[in-house]
Design a protein. Structure first.
Length: 367
């Protein structure tokens, strides 16, 4: 069984057929459908990346001798990466066909999702780890080889063009999207990582948005939405734990009336907190925005960066170092930034996200 989703103008597949334990296979399939529920399903044509899950990765290893750094090994035909978090294998002739080892590590306590802030059990957490440390790594490598890159930004389309909101985590990108979702003129493109090309195009990325309890203080419609989507046990978790770190992952399709698969970038607005109680806007140079966005992207992908550099450090490795990857990202960013409007907006720290929307609208930034 394979799930197939769109990535830029190609597709990636997620297969569980190689999992021998049928009960585990079913659980992994359900977990994958949940994590990728916001992505666009598509046909089997143009599959550029394959992710194959197995509970017996040794059965796919053909090399007998390896060059190695601890349990990271490169052979004549394959590369095998293993540490405390990950265990995956690729064929050196095609690094976009990845075998991921999955284990049935569920215990009675871990199966009780109520004890996890994201309401996940151990098996589901393995898929979250896969997403952040393998999926984002290999899709970014594919992006770079195809004149694209991730940028840490949310993105919407309005009047046929896209607006990107770059920022560090916690500044308010997602909160702004919650507000924009209530205006049918805006189409969703991405929340956390937006795919952009050197032709100044932005592409849909379906990662679910993270709803936290404090968001409900500003957006009453989210309360009604979550009452329909949440399981009874997660509702109890939110009611009794009273912790703003609790998370519900909501699909873009459950928020926005429509999405945009591809859109020409019109403007980029970089959001940054400050200690003043007023909003401020100014022009920003390409060099300034480059420094901000590359630094933030490196921080966001830090879990994958170490893995990639370990792989690239070995002789005959099919991988490039992160230095080369981010240099290529800079090339993409430069091509985009020089052709679009660039603004810097200072946002009062811990302010009402509705006020950010009102300010951007008053400045003509949302047209």
């Amino acid at each position: 069984m394979s799930l197939i989703f769109k990535h830029q103008d190609v597709a990636f597949s997620l297969s569980v057929s190689a999992i021998e334990n049928k009960d585990l296979q079913q659980k992994i399939e359900i977990a994958l459908k949940d994590v990728f529920k916001g992505f666009i399903s598509c046909s089997a044509k143009c599959i550029a990346l394959e992710f194959i899950f197995t509970d017996n990765i040794k059965s796919f290893i053909v090399d007998k001798e390896f060059i190695r750094v601890k349990d990271v090994k490169i052979g004549e035909n394959q590369t095998h990466f293993k540490d405390t978090d990950l265990d995956f294998l690729i064929n050196n002739s095609n690094k976009f066909k990845v075998y991921i080892n999955i284990s049935d590590n569920e215990t009675l306590k871990s199966s009780l999702r109520i004890f996890n802030k994201a309401f996940k059990n151990n098996i589901e957490l393995q898929i979250s780890t896969f997403y952040y440390r393998i999926f984002l790594l290999f899709t970014q490598i594919w992006n770079i080889e195809n004149n694209c890159s991730y940028v840490h930004a949310s993105a919407i389309e309005i009047n046929g063009n896209s607006i990107l909101f770059t920022a560090d985590s916690g500044v308010g990108k997602s909160s702004l999207l919650f507000k924009l979702s209530q205006d049918g003129n805006f189409k969703f493109i991405a929340d956390d990582l937006t795919i952009i090309s050197d032709q100044a195009e932005s592409y849909y990325q379906g990662r679910c948005l993270s709803v936290k309890p404090y968001h409900l203080n500003f957006y009453s419609f989210l309360t009604a939405r979550l009452s329909l989507l949440m399981s009874r046990m997660q509702k109890l978790q939110w009611k009794f734990l009273k912790d703003n770190r609790l998370t519900y992952r909501i699909s873009p399709n459950d928020l926005f009336d429509s999405i945009s698969e591809k859109s020409k970038i019109k403007s980029i607005i970089h959001l940054c907190n400050h200690d003043k109680d007023t909003y401020e806007i100014k022009n920003i140079t390409i060099e300034e925005l480059m420094n901000f966005t590359i630094s933030i992207l490196i921080n966001e992908l830090f879990l994958a960066n170490h893995k990639l550099n370990t792989l690239a450090s070995l002789p005959f490795s099919p991988f490039q170092s992160t230095a080369k990857i981010y240099a290529a990202s800079e090339d993409v960013f430069t091509s985009v930034f020089k052709n679009v409007s660039l603004k810097l907006v200072f946002v009062p720290y811990m302010s009402n996200p509705n006020d950010l929307y009102d300010f951007l609208k008053s400045e003509g930034c949302l047209n």
